[in-house]
Design a binder for this molecule. Structure first.
Ligand code: HEM
Length: 494
């Protein structure tokens, strides 16, 4: 047993070590003429603003001051908010090997944390290679008919709802979420979620709870520094109910497939192949649960939010809506959109890209520095120490006048081929960039293109007295820009 004096000495030594470590780190940044922000800067601001608004204020200041970055240094964590475009491009592409992780914490006792988004480089690399074939154009084409079955139910259920509604005003975000949940459930895992029929079903409520539990920016930074301690304390992010719910769901589905020898060539089959393959990387059952969970998150929140934001922008600009609808009407037959139609829907695709530019669902990408290195910036080299977390502000880049003039305006023409060619590369970052970009971006775009054109050819959307003046975001969801309230629109059947 330690006596009181030994304990006091131990505490004092630890505090002194933390203090000198802090001084050393501050001196490192000062030598490079980098501005430091107070420890409480983010915490104070985050009560009033969303993460993307705070980062955007800083980004603009840095541009005016000609500074490549600002840093928040505590002795425990280092956050570098990067503004310089050359440096951002290097982090994502040519210097990827130094920044191949997001710096998220993983506790193997919490299976929902064991997934591609969170994995360290060594586990991520073979798994990404193994899962990428699930998203090739051939696979997307194969998935398409299943998506159209959900789309047809979507149209029918919204039509029925309109007949019951006295004023024709519907909360479209909820409808888009129900559609997205059913799509990802059936396409990825062969699970009939039936959220369209029952918006309060257990699946949707569980998913929304688990989503809030999953994203904890500050906790992640601390946990990732002390993973052994956190694992020793068995620190989990998800509640017992969430872990049990997704665990049981996967277990039951896998048992069913094995018993009846069902093969659907979907994401789950691919994950099971990785479990059974003995000669290379093998997945455990917990890892399969973690991936089913992250694919649900990816397919649910991002696609549904983007779809209803596109509807909202088109309701605000009826002339753009009419132009998009006319394009769809010219290519489809019997109001049904086929896979072959998609490549002709050029304007609808521009509407989607502009929506994803204006409202990137992930406001900032994170990259952990695995090995100290130097980045090139407009004002010279910038040394980044090992262990620093870089924040790459997607929202600010998408709202930078130099890349997108008049950025607050919704202008689908920005994504005409000729305009795209004039923009510098790595300025559209909604799906991230480089080797660690969104594995499912092709799937995301296909789903949005199909869903938006199907809705446009069946319904007309206008603003109502209940529609928000601008889209507001929930400050409690830091890593993702979730909507803070419903998007009510007046809907008419065509
Ligand atoms: C509109 C739809 C979507 C958007 C905007 C989106 C956005 C993103 C972003 C910004 C990232 C981080 C990229 C980076 O750090 O460079 C990401 C990663 C990821 N997304 Fe998506 N996503 C979408 C749809 C989906 C879907 C449908 C799925 C699953 C079926 C999915 C699964 C993933 C996974 C697994 C990762 C981690 C990739 C890795 O680390 O290798 N996403 N996504």
């Amino acid at each position: 047993m330690l006596d009181f004096i030994s304990l006091a000495l131990l505490l004092l030594t630890s505090l002194l070590l933390i203090f000198f470590n802090y001084r050393r780190k501050i001196a490192f940044w000062k030598r490079q003429n980098v501005d430091l922000l107070g420890v409480w800067y983010m915490l104070g601001k985050s009560r009033r603003q969303h993460l993307f608004e705070i980062l955007d204020e800083l980004y603009r200041q840095m541009k005016v001051e000609g500074k490549p970055c600002k840093v928040i240094e505590t002795s425990l964590t280092t956050s570098v908010i990067l503004q310089d475009h050359t440096a951002i491009t290097e982090v994502l592409t040519s210097k990827f090997e130094k920044f191949p992780e997001r710096g998220f914490y993983v506790n193997n006792q919490d299976p929902l944390m064991a997934n591609l988004v969170r994995y360290k480089y060594d586990l991520w690399k073979p798994l990404r290679r193994k899962l990428a074939p699930a998203f090739t154009p051939a696979k997307l084409k194969y998935m398409f008919p299943t998506m159209t079955q959900v789309g047809e139910r979507f149209v029918k259920i919204v039509t029925d709802e309109l007949e019951r509604s006295a004023d024709g005003i519907l909360e479209m975000h909820d409808w888009c979420k129900r559609f997205s949940m059913d799509v990802i459930g059936t396409i990825a895992f062969g699970i009939e979620v039936n959220c369209l029929e029952d918006g309060q079903n257990q699946f949707k409520t569980r998913m929304e709870k688990a989503l809030v539990e999953h994203f904890r920016p500050l906790t992640d930074q601390i946990c990732v520094k002390y993973p052994r301690l956190m694992n020793l304390l068995n620190f989990k992010y998800h509640s017992r109910q969430s872990i049990e719910f997704f665990g049981r769901l996967v277990q039951d589905t896998v048992e069913y497939r094995e018993k009846y020898k069902v093969r659907r060539n979907d994401f789950l089959d691919l994950l099971l192949e990785c479990r059974d393959n003995e000669d290379e990387f093998q997945l455990t059952m917990d890892m399969i649960v973690g991936h089913v969970f992250i694919f649900f998150i990816g397919g649910y929140e991002s696609s549904s939010t983007a779809l209803c934001q596109a509807l909202y922008e088109l309701a605000k600009k009826p002339e753009l809506q009419e132009k998009a609808r006319m394009e769809v009407q010219q290519v489809v037959t019997s109001q049904k959109v086929s896979y072959e139609n998609l490549k002709s829907l050029k304007y609808v695709k521009q509407v989607i890209m502009e929506t994803l530019r204006k409202y990137p669902i992930v406001p900032a990408m994170l990259r952990l520095c695995r090995e100290s290195c130097s980045l090139n910036t407009k004002s010279g080299p910038l040394e980044i120490p090992e262990g620093a977390t870089l924040m790459l502000p997607i929202y600010s880049i998408h709202n930078d006048e130099d890349f997108y003039p008049n950025p607050k305006e919704f202008l689908p023409e920005r994504f005409e081929e000729s305009s795209e060619k004039q923009r510098p590369t790595h300025t559209f970052l909604t799906f991230g960039d480089g080797p660690r970009n969104c594995i499912a971006f092709g799937f995301g775009v296909m789903e949005l293109l199909y869903a938006l054109s199907t809705l446009l050819v069946n319904f007309r959307f206008t603003l109502s007295e209940k529609s928000p003046k601008v889209i507001e975001f929930d400050r409690n969801t830091k890593y993702i820009a979730s909507l803070s309230s419903g998007i009510y629109l007046k809907v008419e059947k065509i």
